[in-house]
Ligand binder design. Structure first.
Ligand code: FAD
Ligand code: NAD
Length: 367
């Protein structure tokens, strides 16, 4: 007979409590973890139902309650990192005492693998759409005031649209509004705007529908997902980014984060592969950033350049990579990120291994 005597693995389950003042209700989550930050907490209030998710490693702790009384739509979230405590502050609509917080809903007070929580969507409003290249646009969406959501660096969300009764869902990687603005650490109140660089494929399933939206229309945005670990950038001295086409999108926040928050950093180099000059996203901003910050270098490579192009040409290759991947110091601590069409990423990772970079030194963004 097999008996279950092994200790339970992974972090111990969080718990919660609540208290009130005349005008507010505070839900306190004790995560029993120290590495919690504002990226780890996702809160949504829809009508009177409150859903709060705290992501702890690969697990999610859920609070899911039909509140007993109405609250205002502005919520605030605080994280006390050194004790792993999360406060969610709700403002009462009426200043009356609550006898109970509310009724539990599905999966309330559960601590389950993150993959089992299902993707949760909230409706976001299209605020602006800007032409970046002939086929790529910068979309700005506004989160509802009753949502707290921050997408960790290197992670993505799913966008969902309803088209003639069918729901279409595709993943997209949020970027900052520009490369040249200062990188904002998670701050209070949480950012209400979320930006995307999205290429429109005229014969695609999703992007033409997205492109047809009018300012003020709504798109559903999921909670973040991804396996990129920011800790990989800690103590890095040479960071090499290989991007092809819209594979540039995860590099935006990685680049900004590393230039502002990785003190060991000596050099960041981006090799950006595109078909033609017209396809290069944010070329002018990249060139300005390289001029402004001497640690950053940019190299453009075109696969179908015009005859006037004097720069590098071709597809990802051993010759291009070995010249590009020059360390600032022999034996410097190095990290590489690669993203683009699947054949590009697969071939790039293969070539990086041939050049003796280890799996631990490479992050490939794959579907
Ligand atoms: P699709 O219908 O998928 O078609 C795209 C193109 O492929 C079209 O030209 C179509 O004709 C062609 N095609 C479709 N099916 C086939 C087939 N069977 N054989 C040959 N050709 C075919 N994109 C961005 O622009 N920005 C981002 O930030 C971004 N982030 C991403 C993050 C992740 C994690 C992943 C996996 C992808 C990301 N993408 C991003 C890509 C995005 O998810 C979509 O794949 C893209 O927008 C195309 O969607 P679509 O439905 O419009 O086109
Ligand atoms: P594109 O067709 O404009 O190609 C850009 C460059 O990619 C080309 O110039 C070439 O250098 C290279 N390339 C294309 N096909 C190649 C091949 N078969 N072998 C080697 N190199 C090749 O690219 P696009 O339309 O902007 O597509 C970007 C891709 O990046 C999409 O497939 C998208 O799904 C992917 N993407 C993935 C993520 C992620 O996180 N996983 C994020 C953003 C984009």
């Amino acid at each position: 007979q097999v008996t279950d005597t092994l200790p339970r693995e992974g972090p111990s389950s969080p718990s919660y409590d609540w208290f009130q003042t005349e005008s507010s209700v505070t839900i306190v989550i004790y995560t029993k973890q120290k590495n919690i930050n504002l990226d780890s907490v996702i809160v949504d209030l829809q009508d009177d139902s409150l859903r709060a998710e705290v992501v702890i490693k690969d697990q999610s702790y859920l609070i899911h309650i039909e509140l007993s009384h109405e609250v205002q739509e502005n919520i605030s979230v605080r994280v006390i990192e050194n004790v792993g405590k999360v406060d969610i502050v709700l403002q009462k609509r009426e200043n009356i005492p609550w006898k109970c917080l509310g009724q539990p809903l599905e999966k309330h007070d559960s601590f389950i693998p993150k993959k089992d929580t299902g993707l949760y969507y909230r409706k976001c409003q299209l605020i602006s759409k800007e032409y970046v290249t002939h086929d790529t646009r910068l979309f700005c969406l506004m989160l509802p005031p009753s949502t707290h959501l921050q997408v960790p660096v290197g992670h993505h969300v799913y966008l969902m649209l309803s088209v003639t009764g069918a729901e279409i869902v595709k993943p997209y990687t949020p970027v900052s509004e520009s490369l040249l603005s200062d990188f904002k650490e998670p701050v209070l109140p949480p950012n209400k705007y979320i930006y995307f660089l999205i290429k429109i494929y005229p014969d695609g399933l999703f992007t033409p529908e997205l492109d047809r939206l009018q300012i003020g229309d709504f798109v559903s945005v999921s909670s973040p997902e991804g396996n990129f670990k920011l800790s990989k950038l800690q103590e890095v001295e040479d960071l090499f980014l290989l991007a092809a086409g819209t594979g540039f999108t995860p590099m935006v926040n990685i680049l900004k984060y590393s230039l502002t928050s990785v003190s060991s950093l000596r050099k960041v180099k981006l090799m950006f592969f595109n078909k033609t000059e017209d396809d290069i996203i944010w070329r002018c901003q990249l060139e300005k950033l390289a001029f402004k910050d001497k640690r950053f270098d940019i190299e453009f490579v075109l696969s179908t350049p015009s005859s006037e192009w004097n720069g590098k040409r071709g597809h990802v290759s051993p010759a291009l990579l070995s010249e590009f991947l020059e360390r600032s110091l022999e034996n410097s601590r190095v990290f590489l990120c690669i993203c683009g069409p699947t054949p590009f990423t697969d071939e790039g990772i293969r070539l990086l291994h041939d050049l003796n970079f280890s799996t631990d030194e490479i992050h490939g963004f794959t579907a």
